[in-house]
Ligand binder design. Structure first.
Ligand code: OGA
Ligand code: MN
Length: 217
């Protein structure tokens, strides 16, 4: 009897969310989803301020790939600087950020069979004249990465001429198709980490973001 009641309440409790349903449908059909205004301009400003505070504290270090000794090689592949976020020590801005991400993760776990148990996010700054060459996010890092999530924190009025566009290399019926995504503030791009090759084109102006991965197992 109790079990039945509980079950009923759980069913009533579930409210379909059109935004999340759109994301799920996009990923199922095209392996990526681009969401405009996932974060409001106010939220973006709060996250950007948190990022800049930490950057000024010098908390960032050069993003490394593989062997840290080969820094020049690394620089020829990626030039961003990153700072990993620690949810257990979140400041108010980061709490706001993770609340919104966790709502999405909980929804995905309720409605899909992704089994996302872990996540990892970092702030990223691409200084002028940096880029990230074509790559796949599970390349040498972590095959538990299931979905990549990129959140853009640039100022309003970011121009395409600033560069730094994300290019997704999609496969449409055996043909490679380039999907160009400008890093406009509030936008969030979610894509399948194990499938989608992508790159960040050179930037002419400092480019700000939070990037993360939703992971299985
Ligand atoms: C990455 C990455 C894309 C972007 O950090 O692995 O591909 O648009 N970022 O910042
Ligand atoms: Mn990547």
């Amino acid at each position: 009897m109790y079990w039945y009641m509980g079950h009923l309440f759980e069913a009533i409790d579930f409210v379909e969310n059109p935004l999340y349903e759109q994301i799920i449908s996009d990923i199922a059909h095209q392996k990526f989803s681009l969401v405009e205004q996932f974060f409001t301009p106010e939220e973006v400003a709060i996250f950007r301020q948190s990022l800049m505070e930490k950057y000024e504290e010098d908390a960032f270090k050069k993003a490394a790939i593989g062997n840290k000794l080969h820094e020049t090689i690394v620089k020829s592949i990626r030039g961003d600087v990153i700072l990993w976020m620690d949810e257990t020590k979140a400041n108010p801005a980061e709490t706001l950020f993770f609340n919104k991400i966790n709502a999405l993760v909980n929804y995905l776990n309720k409605t899909c069979f992704l089994g996302i148990l872990q996540k990892e996010f970092h702030y990223a700054i691409y200084p002028k004249n940096t880029f990230y060459k074509r790559h796949i996010d599970t390349f040498q890092n972590d095959d538990r990465r299931k979905l990549s999530v990129v959140c853009y924190l640039n100022e309003a009025g970011w121009l395409p001429e600033n560069g730094g566009e994300l290019v997704l290399y999609l496969n449409e019926n055996g043909e490679e198709v380039e999907k160009v995504i400008y890093p406009f503030p509030g936008r969030v791009v979610i894509f399948e980490s194990q499938i989608i090759e992508h790159e960040v084109k050179p930037v002419n102006t400092q480019r700000l973001s939070i990037t993360g991965w939703l992971k299985t197992r």
